[in-house]
Design a protein around this ligand. Structure first.
Ligand SMILES: *Cc1c(COP(=O)(O)O)cnc(C)c1O
Length: 375
């Protein structure tokens, strides 16, 4: 069986985890946490990066930082992972789902414009598959309407839009280091605060259970106490130690994924030419981290048929997402099937192929061969 995902290990992980344990500071903001957050700040260029327990908790923190409250609206794609919407719903605010574009499966700026009301507070664009949303247009819409932008860059770590890294363009960016993402540490994430000093100060407090403990550690106050809402959003240094091993090899991991992406693309091109499938697009202004390789079949039946045949022949492929607006929770929020036609159509036709650095050329060729055979 060729699995859909296998987390890649650089072999330094255990060494650094052991070192973190011997250093004796196992909780947050230890030696490796600092190395990782400095790396994000210096390489990706952001004002402040704070490691978190996950991208979900980074998104939750973002929603708290924006002071979202009951009745506020946040525009986001329906075609995303549940965490993007949960962060908003947990504050009592309303996720307003917008359409995606056919070529990138990213949020459609025209639909964002249509969905703005006087209750809209923010836009949460999601960079699907590691390919950037149309950030110039989204930032323009946000500035004109006085909205905040939180990038869900869970899949976009080390990808670029023009000269900027994803996650560093909006007011806030959120990363994931979950084992299914490009750079992994089990469960982990980061929140990036890109320009507002006041948000940096509050983010440190929210992440530390609502206390000013960060100030205490810096010697700025002589005891720490409860100063704001917050929760336990800080990552253990043991996880950060693992992440550091991955950051050290960030370009090598990227190159391996790129090679796989190119092999799939080249190998499957003929099927696109004859109209059997559609391959993914990376716009010229974007640098991808090759997080996902997907293809679009002509209809849901063909997608399900191929997925099933691939499984029988030892290849695990998957599809996602059930659009949030037609999920059971989405329906409880009042959404209905038929409201986002492009999203519903694309999610029924999408198939993701195995994508991880350990995939061999022979495995890739076998996968391509099976796709030809069963299409
Ligand atoms: C994976 C993912 C998340 C959640 O990341 P965790 O670190 O697992 O919490 C959020 N949004 C998107 C788009 C994702 O792909």
């Amino acid at each position: 069986m060729i699995p859909f995902n296998k987390p890649y290990m650089t072999k330094k992980e255990i060494l650094y985890i052991e070192d973190a344990i011997f250093r004796g500071k196992l909780s947050g903001d230890g030696y490796y946490s600092k190395k990782c957050s400095t790396f994000i700040e210096e390489i990706f260029n952001t004002k402040k990066a704070l490691l978190t327990t996950s991208c979900s908790s980074a998104l939750d923190m973002a929603a708290i930082l924006l002071d979202l409250k009951e009745g506020d609206e946040v525009i986001m794609p329906s075609y995303t992972f549940v965490s993007t919407a949960n962060a908003v719903v947990l504050r009592g605010a309303v996720p307003v789902f917008a359409e995606i574009e056919e070529d990138t499966l990213n949020i459609d700026p025209e639909d964002i414009k249509r969905k703005i009301t006087n209750k809209t507070k923010a836009i949460f664009p999601v960079h699907y598959a590691g390919v950037s949303c149309d950030m110039d247009r989204i930032m323009n819409i946000a500035r004109k309407n006085d909205l905040k932008v939180v990038e869900d860059a869970a899949q976009g770590v080390n990808s670029k839009y023009k000269q900027k890294y994803l996650g560093t363009i909006g007011d806030i960016g959120c990363y994931s280091f979950h084992e299914t993402k490009n750079y992994v540490c089990g469960e982990g994430g980061a929140i990036l605060i890109n320009n507002d000093e006041e948000l940096v100060r509050r983010a440190e407090i929210i992440r530390e259970k609502g206390t000013d403990r960060a100030k205490f550690f810096r010697g700025e106050v002589d005891k720490y106490t409860w100063v704001d809402v917050g929760s336990s959003y800080i990552i253990s240094d043991i996880n950060a130690a693992m992440l550091w091993a991955q950051f050290e090899r960030i370009e090598e991991i990227n190159e391996k994924r790129k090679k796989i992406y190119k092999m799939y693309y080249k190998g499957l091109k003929k099927l696109e030419v004859v109209g059997k499938i559609k391959l993914p697009t990376i716009p010229d202004c974007c640098k991808s981290n090759y997080h996902i390789f997907y293809m679009l079949l002509n209809n849901e039946f063909e997608r399900n048929h191929l997925m099933n045949e691939m499984k029988i022949h030892g290849v695990e492929t998957i599809f996602h997402y059930i659009p949030l607006h037609i999920s059971p929770m989405g329906e409880r929020l009042g959404y209905k099937k038929g409201q986002l036609k492009v999203t519903e159509d694309l999610s029924g036709r999408l198939l993701r192929l195995p994508m991880y650095p350990g995939l061999t050329d022979a495995e890739i060729n076998y996968i391509i061969e099976m796709i030809y055979k069963y299409i």
